[in-house]
Write a new protein. Structure first.
Lengths: 116, 188
């Protein structure tokens, strides 16, 4: 009885091994995989090197936005007068700065999204 | 070896340093190629049996080797276990994404309709197709790779004791399927 079971097990083992032996797929060459791995490694390294610059850009953008906000607050009276008369030079400058910051921010966001 | 990252080269002239790095990378690549040629065929077979799709097996195989190259250097013995664990996890993640996780966790997914159709020609590959993903994985790892229960448990992510039971049940089911089809073996 146990001998039969042993025979069954060894036969099953043989059948599975033969099935594995019969599997002869067309595989990519190891050189291709190595090359792909190197490209991925270089991209990861590039990202690692560029990350501090990305952070610095974001910090500069935040500081610039704060500066624009301060300019707008300081010249709030002039902004209030915009509705009635001519806008003051600081207001025009502030609007341009805000537009430039919005553009820079969107570009930065787009770049960081592209990387992730 | 063959993790061609983070090589620590002592301070030297630039050209000498460069040639040292190139030599290191060359050795790593040669080692990888030898390892790949030794293991890729059976890993592909494992992935084919597990995923039932050679296209998926191709993709997962490449991804697993790429992750292995990017990982830290390891001993020869650990590489194979790392490779199988990584490949199994990649495949499982894909299933999870495809909401096919159920197939992995269910043990008894033999399709009774096919099971009962004894007129169909049956071989070991079709017996494998009638087993659950977990059963296919443990049978392959135990019989083809001849891994220990502990190694299999690390790869499939279950307890060692459960692996013992799973292998036993998978064997019994495979034998039952073969016997019920009146199979005498094609390779005898």
């Amino acid at each position: 009885m146990s001998n039969n079971l042993q025979n069954d097990d060894s036969r099953l083992d043989l059948l599975i091994k033969n099935m594995a032996q019969d599997h002869q797929p067309q595989l990519p060459s190891p050189g291709v995989i190595w090359w792909r791995a190197q490209i991925q490694r270089k991209l990861a390294e590039k990202d690692r090197v560029e990350r501090p610059m990305m952070i610095m850009r974001a910090v500069v953008l935040a500081l610039s936005a704060a500066l624009v906000a301060i300019i707008l607050v300081v010249n709030w009276r002039e902004i209030g007068g915009m509705a009635g008369g001519q806008p003051g030079p600081f207001v025009v400058l502030g609007i341009f700065a805000a537009a430039a910051l919005a553009l820079a921010g969107s570009l930065l966001f787009k770049e960081s999204m592209g990387k992730s | 070896m063959f993790a061609a990252t983070g090589a620590r080269i002592p301070a030297m002239s630039l050209s000498k340093e460069r040639s040292e790095i190139e030599e290191y990378e060359q050795t790593a690549q040669t080692e990888f190629e030898a390892f790949y040629l030794r293991t890729s065929r059976t890993l592909h077979g494992y992935l084919c049996r597990l995923s039932r799709d050679s296209g998926t097996a191709d993709e997962v195989l490449q991804e697993a080797y790429i992750r292995m190259i990017a990982s830290t250097a390891m001993e020869e013995g650990q590489r194979k276990a790392y490779l199988y664990t990584t490949a199994t996890n990649i495949l499982r993640d894909r299933w999870r994404r495809q909401k096919r996780e159920r197939e992995w966790s269910e043990l008894g997914v033999v399709n009774e309709a096919t099971h009962q159709n004894f007129n169909l020609p049956i071989d070991m590959a079709s017996v494998f197709d009638r087993l659950s993903a977990q059963e296919r994985a443990v049978l392959w790892l135990a019989h083809v790779e001849e891994l220990s229960h502990r190694e299999i448990s690390a790869i499939v992510g279950v307890k060692e004791k459960s692996v013992r039971v799973m292998v036993f049940r998978a064997r019994e089911k495979a034998k039952e399927l073969l016997q019920s089809a009146g199979f005498r073996g094609t390779h005898e």
